[in-house]
Design a protein around this ligand. Sequence first.
Ligand SMILES: NC(=O)c1ccc[n+]([C@@H]2O[C@H](COP(=O)([O-])OP(=O)(O)OC[C@H]3O[C@@H](n4cnc5c(N)ncnc54)[C@H](OP(=O)(O)O)[C@@H]3O)[C@@H](O)[C@H]2O)c1
Length: 367
Amino acid sequence: MKLRYKISGGILIFVAASLSLLALVVSHDSACGPAPALPANEEPMKAIVYRCYGPPEVLQFEDVAKPKPADDEVLVRVRAAAVNPLDWHYMRGSPYIMRLGSGLGAPDDSRIGVDFAGTVEAVGINVKQFKPGDNVFGGGSGAFAEYLTVREDRALALKPANVTFEQAASVPIAAITALQALRDKGKVQPGHKVLINGASGGVGTFAVQIAKSLGAEVTGVCSTRNVGMVRSIGADHVIDYTREDYTRSGEKYDVIIDNVGNHSLLANRRVLDPDGILVIVGGSKGNWLGPLLRPIGALILSPFVSQEFVMILAKFSKEDLALLGDLMQSGEVVPVIDRHYPLSEVPAAIRYSEEGRARGKIIIDLE
Ligand SMILES: NC(=O)c1ccc[n+]([C@@H]2O[C@H](COP(=O)([O-])OP(=O)(O)OC[C@H]3O[C@@H](n4cnc5c(N)ncnc54)[C@H](OP(=O)(O)O)[C@@H]3O)[C@@H](O)[C@H]2O)c1
């Protein structure tokens, strides 16, 4: 008996010590290293880079080596890029758990920025679908730069001619998230009543328009200053969250897309149809377990209620990019653009994104 207590006590101490060590390792911030010298034989380009985690001040505007496309890659001259909350998560290495992938102590990859639109400048010898001169948009590593390389089979699509570079750049992360949340997780059908919490941000402005294109009756939740904008992009009803709590509205929705996470799962359940689906897109903040609390709560609650609580981790898809290109070409989806910044001012653009008050998308101009 005593031996069993000793063994289980030993295991507990071992687990606690391992978790503490892991916590120390993932939360450690290394000092920012100096900029490496640019090799004499490399062609330079301007880019935003970071060599340590932290606030926007860690972002540097530097000359770095212009990338060269591998055999299956496309070299794109970036004409516009867009900012997403994902960029400042990478910049801060937060939540810490993501550092297991992005680098312990400091980022493994100094490039930053994902969403871009631009013109193909060169292609690797195995590339079949794109040629120099094609105008494209997509997601890659290091979009806050004059050039980036992307694998042909990854998130890359032709930009429709009637869509501007800034509009196309605003799409990849935010619109793919909105599309997959509504279509794949929410299973939205024509006539469904859909509520978008956080209808005025990057994901929300696309979600309102995509839900309309799927034939839904859409309610957008936003603050007073954004009521007119959310109505103008097609919302049938708008709830001003400074005056009304949607979870106490007495309405019932088939699908709720939650970009904010400011109401409990049970409060959301009050306004969900018995067969309704809550899609958790964003919300809970924090360096440690905060971001996981809602998804864990959803997993625990789901077996005991008739409604579904699901979390989405959007995935890049060539097909979805092309579909969103078609929706923009037909005018069913028109990106909402908030502010523009030049490449050198990416730190200010990310600082603005971190405030959480963007109205649609924040664009980095490289023209
Ligand atoms: N799961 C995924 O795969 C995935 C993918 C992309 C993004 N995300 C996450 O989804 C969230 C939204 O992303 P985003 O790009 O849309 O962010 P965003 O553009 O920064 O969202 C800003 C918007 O949120 C609104 N907002 C703030 N508080 C609100 C509240 N209490 N009620 C309603 N609206 C509120 C703001 O409007 P006001 O200023 O008027 O309040 C602002 O328009 C983020 O947490 C992001 O990390 C997740």
